[in-house]
Design a protein around this ligand. Structure first.
Ligand SMILES: Nc1ncnc2c1ncn2[C@@H]1O[C@H](COP(=O)(O)O)[C@@H](OP(=O)(O)O)[C@H]1O
Ligand SMILES: [Mg+2]
Ligand SMILES: [Mg+2]
Ligand SMILES: [Mg+2]
Length: 322
């Protein structure tokens, strides 16, 4: 199989980071932090997760850069001493090691167009879901020449802990988040052909996807099922294993650009499960333009049976403003 060692390292790194996130969510997300809307638990977990994954990638593939969501700037400040200690403790590293590992994720592909192979990492996707004690994901993708070739998506709270993997051309698999190795069960998208029988998933956060527009789009498609709202790239996992036939991510404000780490792992998992992923205008998703999907707006993922119809209705229903 292609990318065997990459997959092995990526799976074990995402499992280790997921464990760290689970521990932080269990110990630091409390009634008090929920009440105060205190974001500090996710901050600890975000940094510790990035340190764990980047530490493993750096050791195994020192020459392949990582485009991670987080950087250590805030963590290096004097006032962050307490946070820094917590991050190091949860990552199982010294403070210096944790800072160095986090910064291994600081690559910007736009700064060096000669580099065409890089990882992209979202150490916790769905930070708002994490803080609510709900869904989140640890998402790691490998990009080559603007295309995702491998993805590992850890979903610690989905069905008791799920890990999804995909290698280009090799299908998508479902593994346990706690297990070992890379063997898993092959997954596939839903086989619904009639779009009116489909259900769609979208963000819990109305600031991340236009939920008023999705209501109109669903009704125009004849869909009567309620939207399945779930945080993070767990939406891609839902489409990949047939729990939803459509994922709509509709722009909410001009100027916002989707981030590559919010989509790389999820997108390849859906594609390898037999689905289709484009932006809201039906354009292919281009990962070659830096930290953002500069040439794309929003996302539509489907089981591939009625993708063009969904794109047509979405394009008619929303105005994409730059
Ligand atoms: N205006 C916006 N439109 C779309 N996505 C946004 C957004 N503002 C933030 N996001 C992204 O939405 C992600 C969460 O997506 P979802 O709503 O599907 O759970 C966030 O990832 P993080 O939680 O990793 O920061 C963040 O990158
Ligand atoms: Mg994210
Ligand atoms: Mg994140
Ligand atoms: Mg974020």
């Amino acid at each position: 199989m292609k990318y065997e060692s990459e997959l092995q390292i990526a799976v074990s790194a995402v499992r280790a980071a997921s464990k760290v996130c689970q521990q932080v969510q269990a110990n630091l997300v409390t009634a008090a932090t929920l009440e105060k809307k205190d974001k500090s638990p996710v901050t600890v977990a975000d940094f510790a997760s990035q340190a764990v994954v980047c530490g493993a990638l750096k050791a195994a593939f020192p020459g392949v850069p990582v485009v991670g969501e987080e950087d250590s700037k805030e963590l290096r400040e004097d006032e962050a001493a307490e946070l820094r200690a917590k991050v190091a403790q949860h990552a199982g590293m010294s403070e210096a090691e944790a800072l160095e590992a986090i910064d291994h994720g600081g690559f910007d592909p736009a700064s060096d167009p000669g580099v065409t192979t890089y990882w992209t990492l979202d150490p916790i996707d769905g930070t708002k879901g994490f803080l609510r004690g709900e869904q989140y994901a640890v998402a790691l993708g490998l990009i080559e020449n603007g295309k995702v070739v491998l993805g590992v998506l850890g979903c610690p709270n989905l069905d008791g802990g799920l890990l999804m993997t995909a290698v280009r051309g090799e299908g998508a698999k479902k593994l346990s988040i706690d297990g070992e190795g890379t063997d898993g069960e092959t997954v596939g998208v839903s086989d619904i052909e009639d779009v009116s029988q489909a259900n769609f998933c979208e963000s819990v956060e109305s600031g991340h996807s236009d939920q008023d527009a999705s209501v109109k789009i669903a009704s125009e498609l004849g869909i009567t099922a309620e939207p399945y709202r779930i945080d993070s790239q767990c939406k891609y996992a839902a489409v990949a294993r047939g729990n939803a036939a459509i994922y709509l991510r509709l722009p909410t404000r001009p100027g916002y650009r989707e981030k590559i780490w919010d989509h790389a792992a999820g997108m390849i998992v859906v594609e390898e499960a037999g689905g289709t992923v484009t932006d809201v205008l039906g354009k292919p998703v281009d990962f070659s333009l830096g930290r953002t999907l500069e040439n794309n707006r929003g996302i539509i993922a489907t089981n591939g049976k009625f993708h063009e119809r969904v794109v047509e209705v979405v394009s008619g229903a929303i105005t994409v403003v730059d």
